[in-house]
Design a protein around this ligand. Structure first.
Ligand code: FAD
Ligand code: SF4
Ligand code: SF4
Length: 1010
């Protein structure tokens, strides 16, 4: 328990690990079919979960089959290497990390094994993600109701490991209430189905002996169990020894019989590895209604919760003022949360009723409205009977923690007393007294979540690099005293792990702790399963285990981009942020921007959002936003060696990032990996130089005028047999790709680009390299549409005095994509200089290619270009954004006529999605009479600028496209218009489906000419 002991345990574990690591890797490669990841980068990426800790594993094993798991465990046990099973790694307490062989079940072991619709049971492998299971069950009218916030990421194995529970646990309970059996493998290789005790009669001698031992302990400790196990439903700490003498408010089994699977539930991988789990299912509730109760005092919300619970809702969830404000600051959440508010409440309670009959649910909602009136709060309920609105609001609530973690600076909300559970009658007192504790320690906490069961999440803001560990312990001790006084549970949801295992003795007493140690030894006498968790624990404030220990400091780095907005500190009480650049980051804010990733794993997602296409196709931690941010953090802090940041490992980790900016929008803490990749590439090319292919692509805007003059020569790669293969061999450009064809009829060289002089213009058209040289008809179409709308268009051209007056203006995107930031900055300056007088007059600057135009609103602001760049960025609009804005203002009058086609499929470019710029395209296309526009629910097209042209990316690029875009395109009727504003998206559609997609400007132009 004390620090020297902890250090000794850690050192001996690490030594054992190092000695055994190589042999282990060799044996795993020889004797299993799984992926064996023992390199420094892979180990580093599995050294963290969503907790504050970091421990490097011996190695990582990704089994392809259940047999692989059994073999790997046998090899590890033989070499006496600890074993740590893992799902999505979203645990908050450090239970998913250790100096062990980490076995990641999430990639391959994620199948439904057995399903019995009549009995309402399903058996799954441990790596199955909860949302995927529920999607699978939906057609059968069933669901698994343990609805944890991380449902899109967390695995059933991890949920069982943690005894997880969700917002609706009031109605459906924890995992322990919903697991029927677990097929487990013990560290010594014994396999058994842990289930109802009667069903285990006649088990093999090893298991029979285990069961006998367990029962003997429980019988001996009967009185102590009754005395020390908290009698609340939300208790997940320690082992569930109360299966024998039930203590929970909600029985684990209907008849109080003993089910041995329930002892494994919540055991955090310390007793056995789960191979399969059988779950109890429920019919999907047909109807749900939601009432959002607005309170003008937090205290009042706490006091009245128990009255609301009396109406038998399935959930009562708290969202406090801070959380409301943070959600209002997030563009994706603002429209949703604002619909739930009446004025500016201090707190809201989300109250859900669910069941078969809509009328009954509506009546319950009416009772809630009446109740609030009776309790002195008439008119405080926003009623939401609509399923869509409910889901959107629940998504905001589920993102609660992540929203909170978007705080910049080194002080962060820290999870350590995050889920204490107290009886409802004490909730108001408990929260106000704990708030006083925070104040005494110079911090504050934001309260949210499961009011219905007395488990409110709260994370005091602490700076673990400066005094945080000391304050953490002091606050935990005072919080513990309150929990004890109110007869609550210290761990009501997230488990023990590294942060709370030392509190197991405090909660259950020394006698039960010894009993827990005996249980551990019965299952795992060699102590190999996830050691140091639940029993024989380290101290919560052992600084040698912290991800950011006191004195943590990244290496100095002179950055190419401006990261000063992240280089701040936040006052934990007032939450006031210091001036940009004042945060003391030797990497100029870049390291702090990277540190914003708190490892919550939200990027492991598969739904219709944009983040993260490379993870979706590879399912590798390395090719996930979290894995990339982790690798960057370790490199920037010198933990991947002196040159870690410019190492091949770092390059490989960022290689499949397509720069889609999906994370910039979808990551709750705003990790912008596309921008981070530019910073990395800048340093990479400074050290290693650029390949010929990268140079060719980067300098395309400089080469373009020459290529357009001699297009037949530039196009030889596409026309001469064998040239494509040669270009693959020499340059690395995939022979399976056609390259865009050069043409001499550029937009800027033709009559269509005439326009008006700058002084007369009321709009500027910026023709990017791609729409000028390769698809000039797009720019011509945009010109035609703008002029038809009565606009006086100036076509952007270099300023007088430009050093290259004949070379068209450029946004610098191709240079940024290779990390040539100086050249990109020079291009940006040319553009700014050229447009300065127009921008000063407030003339909008309109562009066609999303990745080019949006560079003006994004990267331009991070290149140290000053106020001119800000002014240009504020006026830069995509073509459709401009038209939609004009339409909304009643100023757009286009004589559009019906087209021969009546349906259109629209694919949004990733950057359009990241900047919320897809809906203007829908609005504008909606002006074409009779045209029905359907949006393809797609992620990145996979081409992503030059990404898909690279021979080494071809397969991944096509897999990304095949996720949803290409199947949707192929399924479209031949007369359906395909619309995509991105040059590379159109190219991918042509390559992958043999169909032509059009820029929206051309569709509008066609509609004008009908
Ligand atoms: C933002 C956020 C919100 C959260 N909200 C909730 C919430 O609403 N409710 C809640 O309960 N939790 C919540 N959590 C915690 C966490 O997401 C859940 O506990 C989740 O169920 C863990 O699943 P996982 O797949 O990530 O498991 P992991 O973190 O990978 O593993 C969890 C534990 O299970 C063990 N384990 C994993 N697989 C096996 C196996 N095959 N055999 C044996 N042991 C195994 C691991 O060793 C570990 O001890 C939240 C976390 C975050 C970051
Ligand atoms: S990158 Fe963002 S979404 Fe992914 S783990 Fe980090 S903070 Fe969470
Ligand atoms: S930019 Fe796109 S590919 Fe890169 S990490 Fe973010 S979501 Fe993933």
């Amino acid at each position: 328990m004390n620090s020297p002991a902890a250090a000794t345990i850690k050192m001996s574990e690490q030594l054992a690990a190092r000695l055994s690591g190589q042999t282990l890797a060799r044996r795993l490669r020889a004797d299993t079919g799984g992926d064996v990841l023992f390199d420094a980068g892979a180990r580093a990426r599995y050294a963290t979960d969503a907790s504050i800790y970091q421990i490097e594993p011996v190695g990582v094993f990704v089994p392809r089959s259940e047999a692989d798991v059994i073999n790997a465990m046998a090899i590890a046990a033989e070499l006496r290497v600890p074993i740590l099973p893992r799902g999505a790694g979203t645990s908050q307490c450090g239970q998913t990390i250790g100096a062990a062989l980490v076995i990641d079940n999430s990639k391959y072991l994620n199948q439904v094994i057995d399903f019995d619709a009549a009995a309402m049971t399903v058996t799954v492998q441990p790596g199955m993600v909860l949302d995927h299971l529920n999607a699978w069950l939906k057609p059968h009218g069933l669901w698994f109701p343990v609805d944890v916030s991380t449902a899109a990421q967390c695995t059933i194995g991890g949920m069982a490991g943690n005894n997880s529970c969700g917002s609706r646990s009031l109605a459906y309970g924890n995992m322990v209430h919903n697991v029927l059996s677990i097929d487990a493998v013990l560290a010594d290789g014994t396999q058994a189905r842990f289930q109802d005790e009667a069903g285990m009669a006649g088990a093999a001698p090893r298991i029979a002996q285990l069961l006998g031992g367990l029962r003997a302990i429980a019988t001996r400790e009967r009185d102590e169990i009754a005395r020390m196990v908290p009698k609340v439903m939300r208790r997940v700490g320690g082992y569930n020894i109360d299966i024998y003498h039930p203590q929970s408010e909600r029985p684990y089994t209907l008849d109080n019989s003993v089910n041995l699977a329930h002892l494994l539930v919540g055991s955090e991988g310390t007793l056995a590895t789960t191979r399969r789990i059988t779950l109890k299912l429920l019919p999907l509730p047909r109807h749900k209604v939601l009432g959002v109760v607005n309170f003008n005092s937090f205290q009042k919300a706490m006091e009245l919760t128990r009255h609301i619970v009396g109406l038998a809702p399935v959930a009562v969830e708290l969202v406090d003022r801070t959380m409301i404000e943070l959600a209002m600051d997030n563009p994706a959440f603002r429209p949703v949360i604002s619909k739930a508010l009446i004025g500016a409440p201090e707190a809201v309670l989300l109250v859900e009723f669910a069941g078969e009959d809509f009328g009954v649910q509506r009546a319950a909602l009416a009772r809630l409205v009446d109740l609030m009136g009776d309790l002195g709060l008439p008119g405080s309920v926003v009623e939401m009977p609509d399923a869509g609105a409910q889901k959107a609001l629940w998504d905001v609530r589920k993102a609660g923690l992540n929203i909170m973690m978007s705080m910049r600076g080194d002080g962060k909300p820290v999870s350590f007393i995050e889920d204490c559970a107290v009886p409802l009658e004490h909730l108001a007192d408990y929260t106000s007294r704990l708030t006083e504790v925070f104040t005494r320690h110079g911090t504050r906490g934001t309260w949210y979540a499961h009011a219905s069961v007395g488990t409110l999440h709260v994370r005091p803001i602490l700076d673990m690099r400066r005094g945080g560990p000391h304050k953490m312990r002091a606050i935990a001790e005072e919080a513990g005293a309150l929990v004890r006084q109110y007869k609550g549970a210290f761990s009501g949801e997230h488990g023990d792990g590294l942060v709370r295992s030392e509190w197991v003795a405090w909660q259950f007493g020394p006698r039960l702790l010894r009993a827990f140690e005996e249980i551990k030894d019965l299952f795992d006498p060699a102590g190999l399963m996830n050691p140091g968790k639940i029993v024989r624990a380290t101290r919560m404030d052992d600084t040698s285990l912290l991800r950011y220990p006191p004195g943590y400091r990244p290496l100095a780095l002179s950055t190419a981009l401006d990261w000063s907005a992240w280089n701040v500190q936040v006052d934990p009480v007032s939450e006031l942020t210091s001036a940009p650049g004042s945060g003391g980051d030797p990497a100029g804010g870049f390291a702090k921007a990277v540190d914003m990733c708190n490892n919550n794993g939200h990027c492991r997602k598969f739904d219709a959002g944009t983040m993260c296409p490379s993870y979706r196709v590879t399912r590798d931690e390395q090719h996930l936003t979290r894995g990339r941010a982790n690798t960057l953090r370790l490199a920037l802090s010198g933990q991947l060696g002196e040159d870690g940041f410019t190492s091949q490992e770092m390059r490989d980790t960022l290689d499949l990032c397509v720069g889609c900016k999906g994370c910039k929008r979808d990551c709750p803490t705003g990790i912008d990996m596309a921008k981070m990749k530019i910073e990395f590439l800048y340093h990479w090319q400074q050290k290693h130089g650029l390949s010929v292919k990268d140079k060719l692509i980067a300098y395309l805007p400089q080469l373009a005028p020459w290529a357009a003059r001699l297009p037949w020569l530039a196009n030889l790669r596409n026309t001469v047999p064998g040239a494509a293969l040669l270009s693959e061999r020499l340059l690395g450009l995939s022979a399976r790709r056609s390259l865009p064809s050069w043409r001499s009829d550029t937009f800027l060289g033709g009559a269509a680009a005439a326009g008006v002089p700058a002084e007369q213009a009321d709009v500027v058209l910026f023709a990017d390299t791609f729409n000028n040289y390769f698809e000039s008809e797009n720019a011509a179409a945009a010109m035609q549409v703008l002029q038809a709308g009565g606009y006086k268009v100036f076509v952007a051209r270099p300023a007088a005095g430009d050093a290259e007056p004949k070379r068209p203006l450029c946004c610098g995107r191709t240079y940024l994509a290779s990390g040539i930031v100086e050249q990109a900055r020079a291009e940006a300056r040319r553009l700014i200089d050229a447009l300065r007088p127009l921008v000063a007059r407030g003339v909008p600057v309109v562009g066609l290619e999303p990745s080019c135009l949006l560079t003006l609103r994004d990267e331009f602001l991070a290149m140290g270009l000053g106020a001119d760049a800000d002014a240009l960025g504020a006026q830069a609009l995509l073509f459709e954004e401009f038209l939609a804005r004009e339409h909304a203002a009643g100023k757009l009058h286009l004589p559009l006529k019906a087209l021969p086609q009546t349906t259109a499929l629209l694919h949004g470019h990733c950057h359009q999605k990241a900047f919320d710029a897809v809906s203007p395209v829908q609005t504008v296309l909606g002006l074409v009479p009779g045209l029905k526009v359907q949006l393809i629910e797609s992620s990145c097209c996979g081409m992503a600028g030059s990404f898909g042209y690279d021979a080494s990316h071809y397969e991944v690029s096509m897999q990304m496209a095949e996720l949803s875009l290409l199947p949707a395109v192929r399924a479209a009727a031949p007369d359906t218009l395909l619309i995509a504003d991105g040059t590379s998206c159109r190219h991918q559609i042509a390559d992958g489906a043999g169909r032509e997609a059009l820029h929206a400007a051309r569709v509008l132009a066609r509609s004008l000419s009908m």
